[in-house]
Design a protein around this ligand. Structure first.
Ligand SMILES: Cc1ncc(COP(=O)(O)O)c(C=O)c1O
Length: 387
């Protein structure tokens, strides 16, 4: 008998790293494959972390995150959404990804069903599968009016044994944004059926009108079955820091304490002190990034918008484009071809779930000059092979 669980044996490397591991650190590649730009974390955040190290902040901290970080998170969330969130609901388990992992562990197990709104970032699918639960997805529709999915369509995909629904809005990879009324409808269902919503809001600041996307935080009561996952990676350009937070039902305070201790017992103290600076002084930077991402979207619109070989709708949020290439049936071959012939790194569509093998994903968070060059090379490759 093998010592490993079947769910672990069944795990596969995702398509993004399958492509990227080939030439990840090659400076001749324009990297549009990962969810990050080329902006270094701003100096005031780095300085705060350096100061913490110099002051000897190298010890264990509170399991659920430093009190001053959790207080700063409360102030940030209250100010952004006009709410009064109970601080007992906030935990800093590590990166956002760890927040999703722990939330999934809380609700899912063998015999349960987990429902994922797709297309979805492949890491989420793995997190759900590792629990032993049965996993399926309900896919957004690509319409002339953008990617669409209603709360009713999600509810229709729920089964009697469904324990968790994963919703990522704004969405990686499509940019779909769930509206506040649709969120309210799904929440009412989750409340009455006692199904956990795992709301991944890591792109909450990457929207092209307004300051933030609609959040489940503005409608959820303290004890509702909703875990809102968020992080510093995207809005504050802190992908390498591995820090994020969750807002959870108040009655699960002790459970999050115990589970955080099972995983990473919060994250590095000096990163937490950098994160406090991000929250307290970072608004100007976040807004400058929003402008850069808007410029990135304009460049993608210009490259793919009217192209006869490409079906593309401009994303409403996040910093990805998820176009479809007419005639493409093998997205992995497409991504490998673009890398080999044009030195541009993109993510193959298949890895974002069923129905996506004609798609590819590009991240448009890179600075405009590099992005524009990368996009024109992708178009050149597409015309050479599919024209
Ligand atoms: C939808 C989604 N959730 C979570 C994450 C992970 O965020 P973190 O870097 O905080 O783990 C990402 C990163 O790309 C993402 O796209």
């Amino acid at each position: 008998m093998r010592p490993y669980r079947d769910e672990i044996e069944a795990l596969e490397q995702n398509g993004i790293t399958r492509v990227a591991f080939k030439r990840m650190d090659d400076p001749t590649v324009i990297p549009l494959w990962f969810g990050e730009g080329d902006t270094v974390t701003p100096a005031f955040i780095r300085e705060a972390a350096k100061r913490a190290l110099d002051e000897g902040q190298t010890f264990y901290s509170h399991t659920r995150g430093r009190p001053e970080l959790r207080a700063a998170l409360k102030r940030y969330l209250d100010g952004l959404y006009g709410i009064d969130v109970d601080e007992r609901r906030i935990t800093v388990p590590g990166a956002a990804m760890l927040g999703v992992t722990i939330a999934a562990q809380m609700a899912l197990t063998t015999g349960a069903h987990g429902l994922i709104v797709g297309p979805v970032w492949p890491n989420i699918d793995s997190v759900f599968r590792v629990t032993g639960a049965d996993v399926s997805s309900v896919r957004q529709r690509l319409t002339g009016n953008g990617w669409q999915l209603t709360a009713d369509e999600i509810i229709d995909a729920v089964r009697p044994e469904t324990r968790a629904i994963f919703v990522n809005s704004p969405c990686n990879p499509t940019g779909w944004v769930m509206s506040a009324p649709e969120q309210a409808k799904l929440l009412a269902f989750a409340r009455s059926e006692r199904v956990l919503i795992i709301a991944d809001e890591v792109y909450h600041r990457t929207v092209f009108d307004g300051t933030h996307a609609p959040s489940f935080l503005t409608i959820a009561r303290d004890d509702d079955p909703v875990v809102v996952v968020n992080g510093f990676s995207k809005a504050w350009a802190m992908t390498g820091w591995r820090i994020g937070w969750v807002v959870t039902p108040v009655q699960h305070e002790i459970h999050w304490t115990a589970l955080s201790e099972c995983f990473n017992t919060t994250t590095n103290v000096f990163c937490q002190l950098g994160a406090v600076a991000a929250l307290e002084q970072g608004e100007e930077f976040v807004r400058a990034q929003q402008k850069q991402f808007a410029r990135g979207r304009e460049l993608v619109d210009a490259a793919f918008g009217a192209h006869p070989l490409i079906d593309y709708v401009s994303p409403a949020g996040a910093f990805y484009a998820f176009p479809k290439v007419r005639g493409c049936t093998d997205s992995m071959a497409f991504a490998e071809g673009v890398l080999a012939e044009e030195d541009v790194g993109i993510a193959p569509g298949y890895t974002f779930g069923p129905g996506n093998d004609a798609h590819f994903r590009v991240c448009f968070a890179q600075s405009p000059e590099r992005l524009e060059e990368g996009l024109s090379r992708i178009v050149r490759y597409t015309e050479r092979h599919f024209g």
